[in-house]
Write a new protein. Structure first.
Length: 347
């Protein structure tokens, strides 16, 4: 049996077991899909970071030592004020072990087995790559910046439906945290705020928008400004956030500018499909995941206003079109494709 060591800082659990709220883990939707596909192929998966799940995914094993494994797959962690003692804002009371543990894993297994790093937030530096020339570097971008980086986009199982299609509340939402997304917030939510208010459509955000951090010193004033048109709410546990998405007219997938530059589709793009919530993608993004008609443009509000009035069958039709387009034209976003690629790389 092939054994994969898996280093991730987050949660791998059934969605209904989600209980921890205050965490920026963006892989809660995709990670269980990934591990289930590996287990289905008779590949043993050992999680090598500190266990954070109350009820981990059935079949997932844990080891905080250095077990015998065939290859190591790492969701890359980078230095922050919580995990890097060299950071000027480091506070011991908030220490998180992810970076130190990742370093130990790399140094122990380096040169002995294949190590694949998946740089999910485009944080790997040139110096790090030079330091570890035997590591295989990958990232979720369709168009990686470096020619040496292998493209391994985020993925889903298109058969997943977390909830049935429903007639939603009068709201559009963004479920996700604030990391370098002001430009998209302003253009695609704030700028249609008055029109939404006149149409009795609320704009609700859920995430870390009210968590003011030393890494985001500007956030307090920004949120004060945007609050004139947007209702900011705290984080929810995963499944509650998905229920809110299901109960919304639509969502608009805010994105970092760098994600537009390199075509990095995040798990949010697949969560909306699984929640049966129509979604739009900023027109700056280089990939029409759901098709051209669902790229946000100057007619965005009019389209949202129209969607707010359609029947249940009409909503089902929109979701069907989005899923069909994504699966047909972007097969790289299937979990089976992702695992095939990983296993080929790890040979």
């Amino acid at each position: 049996m092939t054994i994969m060591g898996f280093s991730y800082w987050g949660f791998c659990e059934e969605y209904n077991n989600s209980s921890i709220i205050e965490t920026p883990d963006g892989g809660r939707f995709t990670r269980p899909i990934f591990v289930k596909e590996l287990l289905k192929r008779n590949i043993e998966v050992i999680a090598l970071q500190q266990r954070r799940e109350t009820y981990p995914l059935n079949g997932l094993k844990f080891d905080e030592g250095f077990p015998e494994i065939d290859f190591l797959f790492i969701e890359y962690r980078w230095g922050t004020w919580k995990n890097d003692i060299r950071n000027v804002n480091f506070k011991a009371d908030y220490y998180e072990s992810d970076l130190d543990r990742q370093t130990k894993l790399i140094n122990l297994y380096y040169g002995k087995i294949p190590i694949i790093i998946w740089d999910t937030d485009l944080k790997v530096t040139d110096d790090f790559i030079k330091k570890y020339p035997k590591i295989i570097f990958t990232e979720p971008s369709f168009f990686p910046l470096r020619s040496s980086i292998i493209s391994m986009p985020y993925f889903t199982d298109y058969n997943i439906n977390l909830f049935d299609v429903k007639i939603p509340s009068r709201q559009i939402v963004y479920i996700g945290s604030n990391y370098e997304r002001y430009w998209a917030l302003e253009k695609y939510f704030f700028n249609i705020g008055d029109k939404c208010k006149n149409a009795n459509i609320a704009i609700n955000f859920y995430g870390n928008w009210l968590n003011f951090s030393v890494e985001r010193p500007e956030q307090k004033e920004k949120i004060k400004h945007y609050s004139s048109k947007i209702n900011f709410n705290g984080r929810n546990n995963f499944i509650e956030g998905m229920k809110i998405l299901n109960d919304s007219i639509a969502t608009i997938h805010l994105t970092k500018q760098s994600y537009c530059d390199f075509g990095l589709i995040t798990p949010r793009y697949f969560e909306s499909l699984a929640c049966n919530c129509p979604a739009f993608i900023p027109k700056e993004f280089p990939l029409e995941l759901y098709g051209r008609k669902f790229m946000a443009d100057k007619n965005l509000f009019d389209t949202i206003d129209f969607i707010s009035t359609i029947s249940l069958d009409g909503r089902k039709n929109i979701i069907g079109i989005q899923k069909e387009h994504a699966e047909k034209y972007f097969p790289e976003t299937k979990v089976s494709y992702f695992v095939d690629s990983l296993l080929e790389i790890a040979k």
